[in-house]
Design a protein around this ligand. Structure first.
Ligand SMILES: CC(C)(COP(=O)(O)OP(=O)(O)OC[C@H]1O[C@@H](n2cnc3c(N)ncnc32)[C@H](O)[C@@H]1OP(=O)(O)O)[C@@H](O)C(=O)NCCC(=O)NCCS
Length: 144
């Protein structure tokens, strides 16, 4: 999972905070232990992961990372829509520079706070969702 995180998030993290591999590895392991992680399988292979942290009021999506092979084919949208249907008040924080911001907006997340680098978004309900977008070629599944 760390390799997938590094492959997909380093380009966002490094320009802001730098990238010390050992610091990142330790922080990643510590963070995961505070929440729950779901592996996303695509066609029986590791396709990525979702890391959630629940509180009584809401669920924080700490990370969603898909292997680059499986990005931009609708899998992330479908996972996110499945998640918002399962949990209360899904929140997330995303780098302002991350193109995923547009995706979240399309799926019904709205910005509620921001700092210099990141924006916090909360899912407030219906938006364009996945309507009219092609179904993914690969079928993602959750592994609890
Ligand atoms: C963000 C992520 C989970 C979205 O899942 P996905 O399956 O790729 O997303 P979908 O195919 O459902 O939707 C694609 C849309 O997301 C946005 N998007 C996601 N990654 C993008 C990228 N690298 N470049 C441009 N747009 C991107 C665009 O709006 C895109 O729509 P478009 O293809 O019509 O331009 C996935 O791209 C990923 O793992 N990215 C790297 C890790 C990351 O940034 N995670 C989010 C941290 S909060």
């Amino acid at each position: 999972m760390f390799e997938c995180y590094a492959r997909t998030m380093r380009c966002h993290v490094e320009p802001v905070w730098g990238w010390d591999p050992e610091f990142q590895r330790q922080g990643f392991a510590r963070g995961l232990s505070l929440g729950s992680t779901k592996v996303v399988e695509v066609n029986g292979e590791f396709g990525g992961f979702v890391w959630l942290q629940k509180s009584p009021e809401s669920t924080m999506l700490r990370l969603i990372c898909l292997d680059p092979r499986y990005q931009r084919s609708g899998i992330g949208s479908r996972l996110l829509m499945a998640l918002v249907a399962r949990v209360r008040r899904l929140r997330l924080k995303v780098f302002k520079t991350n193109p995923a911001v547009a995706l979240y907006g399309r799926l019904g997340f709205v910005p509620v706070a921001e700092d210099d680098h990141m924006v916090e978004m909360v899912h407030v309900g219906a938006a364009a969702g996945t309507a009219g977008r092609p179904k993914p070629h690969h079928a993602p599944t959750w592994e609890d």
